[in-house]
Design a binder for this molecule. Sequence first.
Ligand code: 5GP
Ligand code: ZN
Length: 114
Amino acid sequence: MIDCVFCKIIAGKLEGEFVYQDDEIVAFRDINPQAPVHILIVPRKHISSLNDVKPEDVPLIGKLAIVAQKIAKEFGVAETGYRLIWNTGENAGQWIYHVHIHLLGGRRMTWPPG
Ligand code: 5GP
Ligand code: ZN
């Protein structure tokens, strides 16, 4: 947790402008955007990955989806479409071990994902 990049951003110790924040969740632009809209939605609580989510985290985890819905509207992709990605573990390409959802939109996406 000490060296967690997202904990540092949440604590204001690293560059990062929040596009959304409340007492439980923050959202900020990905440093290496993969679409015109690429926002990371992150709980303030440090949970390493979806594998570590506990039953008591259910309300917090559910709220991530509501925040995603709000951000999609705000960034004008609610109607055109957007994708939420939750990378978990090595094969999925999880790089930062602090739970987060990627919100991608503003371009046509392919399926299946790479
Ligand atoms: P993951 O691969 O773990 O699902 O996604 C981590 C994401 O965090 C990557 O898309 C990466 O570009 C982004 N990222 C890594 N470090 C930083 C940072 O310091 N600031 C911001 N805004 N994004 C970061
Ligand atoms: Zn963290």
